[in-house]
Design a protein around this ligand. Structure first.
Ligand SMILES: C[S@@+](CC[C@H](N)C(=O)[O-])C[C@H]1O[C@@H](n2cnc3c(N)ncnc32)[C@H](O)[C@@H]1O
Length: 406
């Protein structure tokens, strides 16, 4: 991935698509000017969080909702399950241990934000090999476009298991089993704030001279409370960062839908103490456009991914507030090593001896500290899972469980 500031010009069709979304955003900005809000801009403004939500999820137009390719070589970014089946095999191995607890196939799998569907198909194949197939593999995604791709890919890759896969459009009730989400948390809209001279500012988006601009406004009360809880030391120079205000509500809804479950979330981010460091004074928000990283979220809304690293302490707090237990936290490298990466590597090598270089490269990308190994973390949350064997089934955390860092 290269870091750049100027982006290749999109096609005429793509530009037209982005323009439609800009018009929708602009309408919403103008409407806030008419409404009697505490908006400090006469021409109206929306919070950055709302902008990001529209850029990613606005019906028919948002980045995840509309038809750009997004994930994979032909898209804008690549994720661990796209890099190698070894990743999903390790996840499946962890799932198998949990599914064993549910006698007579009572435990299901629910995957949140399944992307291209590659992880679902690799997990199903490995669970089949381990004779731990769940009766149902549920997929919940916000992206109609990706759901279509998932259906196509699963039909091609695991036609014989398709009867177990079900797409749902809301959280289930009384769920028992394992819930997994790779890179879902980082795709949630965040508030961006700047602390300077004892003042807290909230980033807004305005429309001026036929362009979208970011504007700093005094932070509203709820953002002030959220940022106060982060305990960021005052800096002499402006300090910009971000926080996800939706975590509490999201985990409460998730917890409510569960009877008993292990939730496994994998994402890039840090425990809070390592997130809001003085030197990280520009935050972590980045955009992906055709495998180029940039820091310009207002460019071409709807055509590029916008994402922020995850504050795993905030995740643990929100999960705790929602009645979930924090059962494990570790780096992706440690999780994969514990969950059998080496064995899976040997197994794949046996099947394809000519692929040694390629497979070794995949292992390196997934687990080297300078690649995904340390930047990505895995957190396990549980509800109503038998305390006695709590961690014995959590093979991914059997060594280097780092909950103390949260
Ligand atoms: C960065 S992509 C990751 C896709 C896939 N898990 C992978 O690793 O390739 C984020 C995915 O999360 C989905 N998503 C975002 N928020 C979600 C939510 N609240 N519930 C379910 N899916 C969500 C998006 O639609 C998208 O499929």
């Amino acid at each position: 991935m290269k870091h750049i500031q100027s982006l290749p010009e999109p096609s005429a069709d793509a530009l037209q698509h982005s323009q439609k979304l800009v018009e929708r955003i602009c309408d919403e900005i103008k409407n806030t000017a008419n409404a009697n809000t505490r908006n400090t801009n006469n021409n109206g403004s929306i919070s950055f969080r709302r902008y990001m939500e529209m850029a990613l999820y606005e019906p028919a137009l948002g980045y995840y909702v509309a038809g750009t390719h997004k994930i994979g070589a032909a898209g804008d970014f690549i994720t661990a399950p796209e890099i190698s089946p070894l990743f999903s095999q390790c996840i499946a191995n962890q799932c198998a241990g949990i599914l064993k607890k549910y006698k007579k196939g009572g435990g299901w799998v629910l995957e949140l934000g399944a992307g291209s569907g590659i992880m679902a198909s690799d997990i199903l194949l490995e669970l089949e090999r381990l004779e731990q197939l769940p009766e149902q593999y549920l997929i919940l995604d916000l992206s109609p476009d990706l759901i279509q791709r998932q259906q196509q890919l699963l039909t091609e890759r695991v036609p014989h298991l398709l009867n177990r896969v079900k797409w749902i459009n809301q959280l289930p009730e009384n769920f028992d089993g394992i819930i997994i989400g790779n890179e879902v948390l980082d795709a949630m809209p965040v508030e961006v704030f700047t602390q300077h001279n004892d003042q807290l500012y909230q980033h807004h988006v305005i429309w001026e001279n036929n362009q979208l601009f970011e504007q700093l406004q005094p932070a509203n009360e709820s953002l002030q409370q959220l940022v106060e809880a982060l305990n960021i030391p005052q800096q002499a120079t402006p300090y910009t960062s971000e926080t996800n205000p939706n975590l509490d509500g999201w985990f409460k809804a998730l917890s409510k839908s569960i009877n008993s479950a292990v939730i496994l979330l994998i994402d890039y981010g840090y425990p809070r103490k390592e997130y809001y460091l003085p030197e990280r004074n520009k935050g972590t928000l980045i955009c992906h456009y055709q495998h180029l990283i940039n820091e310009a979220p207002l460019f071409y809304p709807g055509l590029q991914d916008i994402t922020a690293s995850v504050d795993f302490t905030a995740v643990a707090e929100a999960a705790d507030n929602a009645g979930l237990s924090i059962t494990g936290f570790t780096s992706q490298a440690a999780f994969l090593a514990n969950a059998g990466l080496e064995n899976y590597f040997m197994q794949e090598l046996d099947k394809n001896p000519d692929n040694q270089y390629k497979l070794a490269q995949q292992v390196r990308t997934l687990s080297l500290p300078s690649e995904m190994g340390e930047r990505f973390k895995v957190i396990a949350l549980t509800k109503a899972i038998d305390k006695d064997d709590n961690n014995s089934d959590m093979i991914g955390f059997s060594s280097l469980d780092q909950r103390y860092r949260l």
